[in-house]
Structures are given as C-alpha cells and as structure tokens.
Design a protein around this ligand. Sequence first.
Ligand SMILES: OCc1cccc(Br)n1
Length: 459
Amino acid sequence: LKKEAAKAAKAAKKAEAKGGTPAGPAISTEPPSGTRDFFPAEMRTRNWLFAKFRETARQLAFVEYDAPVLEAEQLYVRKGGEEITQQMYNFTDKDGKAVSLRPEMTPTLARMILSLGGKVLLPVKWFSIPQCWRFETVQRGRKREHFQWNMDIVGEASIAAEAELLAGVTSFFKSVGVTSADVGIKVNSRKVLAAILKMYGIDDDKFEAVCVIVDKLDKIGPDETVQLLRDAQVSDEAARKIVASLSLRSIGELQELVGEHPVAADAMREMKELFALAEAYGFGDWILFDASVVRGLAYYTGIVFEGFDRKGELRAICGGGRYDKLLSLYGSPTVVPACGFGFGDCVIMELLQEKGLLPHLEPEVDFVVCPFNAEMRLHAVQVAATLRAAGYAVDVLLANKRADKAFSYADRVSGRRMVFVAPDEWDKGSVRVKDLRLERSEEEKLADRGIELPVAELV
Ligand SMILES: OCc1cccc(Br)n1
C-alpha cells in the first residue's frame, strides 16, 4: 500500500508540475457532448465511406457543392412542428444575429439555387456531404452531429427525378456490398394524404402538420395519432380514415380507399410509373410500396421514401422525397420542383459493421527511409525527396535508430519497403532496400540484407 501511495503522490506531483490536477490533465480530452473525434483509423473508414458516396454521385452525373455550417435561423423556421426544427443548435451571435448550425442541407441548397436567380440552367443535380447538427438533451444521450450525404435534383417535376435518386441510393448500397436481401426502400406518396384531406374538406394549411403527426405513428400508435390529429382540428372520421390509409399494403387497396380522387389518381399513376422505372433500372427488388411512410420533414409534397434494414434492428438508413413548394416558400417567383434524399453516416456504419462489410484500412507508406547515422541524414532526405517527387508516399525516420527499432517503426506505419542509406553503399551511389511485406520472423527480417540498388533505379 505504501508503494502505491508513493506512486500516486509522485504522479500527482508530476501532473501539478504540468499545470494539471492530481486527478488528471489540465483540460478535458473528450470532444463536446454528442460529438465525435475521428482519429486516423476512424478517418480512413470515413474517407472510404465518403469516397463511395462521391463515386456514386459521379456515376450519376451529380456535381458537388458546399456551404457554411452556420445559417440564419430563419431558414429553418417552419410551422410544421418538426423535431428537426425544434432541436436547432441555434444561438445569437456577437452581432445579435439569430443563427444556427445547420440541422439539414436542403434549405441551404434552396437558398443557393435562389441566389442564382434565373441564371441557373435547370435541372441541376447537386450533392454534398455536410456535417449537420441538433441540440439534443444530454439525457437522451444521442449524437448532436452527423455527416449526411445529400443528393438533390432541382427543376424536374416528373417521376424520372425520383427514379434517378433511388438509382443513386441502390447503386451506393451495391457499391459497399449491401444487397436487396439486407435492405429495402419503402415508397409512398404524400399526395394520398393530400387527397384524403381534400375529401374531408380539411384545409391545405393543415397538410404539413398532419404529415408531421402521422410520421409519429410507429412510435405512438394509432389511437394517440388519431388524438393528435383531432387536436390539430381534424375531424374524428377524417383522422380515422387517415390512420386507416397508413396500414394499406398495396396500391390497389389504396385505389379502393381514395377512389378516383384526382390528387390520389395522380399519386397512383406516379407510383406505378416509378415501379416500372425501377424495374427498368434494375433495382425493382429493392423498393416496396408502404402507405405508412410519410417522413418527418414538413416540406415533402409528393413521393417520399426511406431505406430500412430488413431485419428491423436499425433506425432508418436514409430518406428523401419531393419538395415542390420549398423554393416558393423561400420567395421564388415561380414554382421550382425539387426532390432529394439525405443519407447519414451513422446507421450505415452500424449496418456495414454488422454485415462484416467494413474494409480493414491501413496507412499507405511506400518507403521508410532510414539514415545509418547522423552524417547520412543529408543523403537520406535527398533520397526521400527524389522518391516523393516520383509520387511515392515516403516516411523518413526523424530520429537516428538502430535497425531493429527502425523495423518496428516501419511496421507501425505500415511501410512497404525500407531504404537504408549507409556510407558503404552511398559511396557506390547505392542504397539498400528491404521488402517489409514478406512473411518473415523478426530474426529473418533483421538477418535479411535486402538488395543493393543504385539510387537512380529507385524510381
Ligand atoms: O437526423 C436528424 C439529425 C439532424 C442533425 C444532427 C443529427 Br445527429 N441528426
């Protein structure tokens, strides 16, 4: 016990000398609540995932854009009562401006398109991978940030646009080894809800609030959903009809329920066309009609869709839909049709982990250059510069190390080959190169003298 106490006292003294406290370092080493650090290993995986997003976007001829993470709070003020706008990471800045970290990217996209006025040739197909934020209570312990791949088509009113987006979603899944046996995409149209509201004479201005309420059905159940609709001044009969419509399992059943109402007929036609296009694209086995999908964003006006894991263990993987009125809401003088999806980085990572589809990624160092001693450092960095100029990834040992220490360093940085720069070889214009990827014991590695190569032949 005495020994332990002396050790603790020594550690406390050492920490205090560094300005820390006996308990630990001077600062918290944790990132802010609800946020993540990406250390090099995690960053390699994130870069791999984003490269897959970008490759899919490239194949579908989408172009990348970006914008500040900070936006005017008014961009997100909507009357639908959505969770996403109620959890804004907003504040008043030192100019007294009401601003917010963006909770989603679509409003920013709409703002950027509007900023171009009539100068932008439509349709545009834009994508981005923004970090998005919400102010979640610490108690709920959920993340406050995530990265969300956004793909949007602005300026196309036909269902061809939604089909392209779904082609993007399914192409991405295939590119990471996820199959239609693992994941499905539920498709519905909010136009059915719009038709029911019209059938019951419910004012259009209740549409967004009704959609946000109906999106809660899975969590709160039919009775509470009916009650919330009643609270939103929807008649009992209409509320029950709405909730009943959500349990329909086929477009045919829907046809019976909403009859030949023109808005509903439009929804049916679009969905049938979408399913036909899906077959033609080759992703028909990925999508299914599901009348209960409405998504939680108030601004969707037509087709909505949601990627889900068929085991039913995870939250929605991605989601999207058509939002034909958003640009008008932001002041566009003309109706600008648009649709898009968001694809978060968290749930997909859980799915890939569970399916064993995450690649093992190591740093890629082509050469580790090791000076034999202090005098050889000048020549070693010359060799490194030559190799780097030829495009290789080259590490140079910063401290002069014995061969065995140099090998363990090269292993740690995943070096492919070691280049020893030593006097005897250098006098002959050569260096000694060892291949580090051969399966050998430590002793064999040390014993292996490698091959002597003229420096000029290295590149
Ligand atoms: O998907 C809703 C959302 C928005 C911002 C940040 C996070 Br984490 N999640």
